[in-house]
Design a protein around this ligand. Structure first.
Ligand SMILES: NC(=O)c1ccc[n+]([C@@H]2O[C@H](COP(=O)([O-])OP(=O)(O)OC[C@H]3O[C@@H](n4cnc5c(N)ncnc54)[C@H](O)[C@@H]3O)[C@@H](O)[C@H]2O)c1
Length: 427
């Protein structure tokens, strides 16, 4: 097996996760260059991967000019930068693993697809869930025809209250206008990707959707609440108190404190409190001006008549993803976070069915997204070495379809109409 050379553009949270594959499997992969606009991140990466100065770049331009020999570029920049950086990396002829969402714009999406095809390079998308042992097992059963012809895929994603507030009320994805991504695109492009990939015997044809901001808005704020938690009489009692969530519990520190622009372990408690007194992370969750929905349902009609539905709900008690796929011979039902699902198959007389509980717990690594973050790198490194076994890596068209369904759903929700994808692609 050839050792795969990986360059990372955007050495933040996600870039670091993918790069760490080279540390756990040094015989398979090595990091050959890192690009980040923050000097301290380059220093960190340089030390961790033993990179010389001339392999650390403060801009993508400098990296592209340096003609570094590499097998794949991991593009883990933030959402708004994906289009520009992806086009430049593809233009240079590099294979690329691109973070989701590919982009928030349909024309940019189609341009990226076209550029990758024109250049004849591999374009993989970090739809990491496809690579989790759980969905790999489900896809294998579907491909083998175990549940027969798919009738329907019913899915949901419940985003727990803490996660929702951290990322979509206060966090960096709190506003579509500012970040470029809707809630559906930022969170559930994974789910619509899963739907299109699991059902890729057919193609999505039409999409409709409803959704709104129902709870995290001013009329639900307690009467005596202030704009900022640190000025509020409920600082110690409100379940969304910034002190409780961000200072005491320190949930998702890399997201919360990124505005301080210092390595996490160098940020003092005093700096954190000062930050919470003035930044969005210290604002009342009901009073933040935002354009994001907190609930949305999506229906997809596929060309072969099968249907898919997805409910995305922000601010739930237990977070997680449920799926129920029904087919002509049987069905699959499970909760992703449990790493188990149930397979039901009719007996010959149609009067009874056999039920089997399938667990993938023994296949889990302790990396993020139920092992997906490790498995995606493993599959791609193997793919670049000629191994075509992965059921997760399919034509880029499946990823494009999932994204088109997201855009179409948001358009349907905003405009109150069914969106037909063939026509929509031409607009
Ligand atoms: N696949 C998943 O499940 C998943 C999960 C979370 C986030 N994401 C996506 O991953 C992407 C990255 O998210 P993150 O949390 O790692 O963000 P991050 O902010 O931690 O990382 C982005 C990095 O890019 C660097 N950067 C900014 N401008 C740059 C420039 N001009 N040139 C080079 N580097 C630059 C930043 O300094 C930072 O280190 C986002 O698009 C996000 O939506 C995907």
């Amino acid at each position: 097996m050839r050792k795969i050379k990986i360059a990372v553009v955007g050495y933040g949270n996600r870039g670091g996760v993918y790069a760490s594959y080279a540390l756990s499997r040094p015989e398979e992969a090595e990091i050959c260059a890192v690009v980040d606009c923050l000097e301290f991140k380059l220093k960190e990466a340089g030390a961790l991967f033993g990179l010389p100065e001339d392999r650390l770049f403060l801009s993508l331009d400098e990296f592209l000019k340096a003609n570094v020999e590499c097998d794949i570029v991991v593009n883990a920049t933030m959402d708004q930068m994906h289009y520009e950086t992806a086009m430049a990396i593809l233009e240079k002829g590099y294979n690329m693993l691109l973070e989701k969402p590919i982009t928030a714009d349909k024309n940019e999406l189609l341009a990226i697809e076209k550029k990758a095809k024109e250049k004849g390079v591999y374009l993989f998308v970090c739809h990491v869930m496809r690579y989790s042992p759980y969905f790999v097992e489900i896809k294998r059963l579907i491909n083998k025809g175990v549940i027969g012809e798919i009738f329907a895929l019913e899915m949901n994603e419940h985003v727990s209250a803490g996660h929702f507030v951290n990322s979509y009320v206060r966090g960096r994805w709190h506003s579509e206008a500012e970040c470029g991504s809707s809630f559906l695109l930022a969170k559930c492009c994974h789910d619509l990707d899963l739907m299109c990939w699991l059902n890729n015997k057919s193609e999505p044809k039409a999409v409709s959707s409803f959704g709104s901001r129902g709870y995290f808005k001013p009329e639900f704020a307690p009467e005596d609440s202030a704009e900022y938690c640190y000025d509020c009489p409920r600082l110690h009692t409100c379940m969304y108190s910034a002190k409780l969530m961000h200072l005491d519990n320190d949930s998702a520190p890399y997201v919360t404190w990124e505005g301080i622009k210092k390595p996490l372990d160098e940020i003092t408690k005093e700096e954190k409190i000062a930050y919470l007194k003035t930044s969005i992370f210290g604002q009342c969750v009901y009073k933040i001006d935002t354009d994001l929905v907190d609930r949305q349902c999506v229906s997809v009609n596929f060309a072969n008549g099968s249907v898919g539905t997805l409910n995305m709900i922000g601010g739930t008690t237990r977070g997680g993803r449920n799926i129920h796929i029904t087919g002509s011979k049987g069905e699959i039902e499970g909760y992703w976070e449990s790493s188990e699902f149930v397979l039901r198959i009719y007996n010959a007389n149609l009067q009874e069915y056999a039920e089997k509980r399938i667990s993938v717990k023994d296949k889990l690594t302790n990396t993020g997204h139920m092992g997906s973050d490790f498995e995606i790198m493993k599959s791609i490194v193997a793919y670049l070495n000629g191994d075509r076994e992965s059921v997760s890596i399919t034509s880029i068209d499946d990823s494009i379809n999932g994204h088109l369904c997201v855009y179409a759903a948001d358009e349907s929700r905003k405009e109150g109409r069914i969106v037909f994808l063939e026509e929509y692609k031409q607009l």
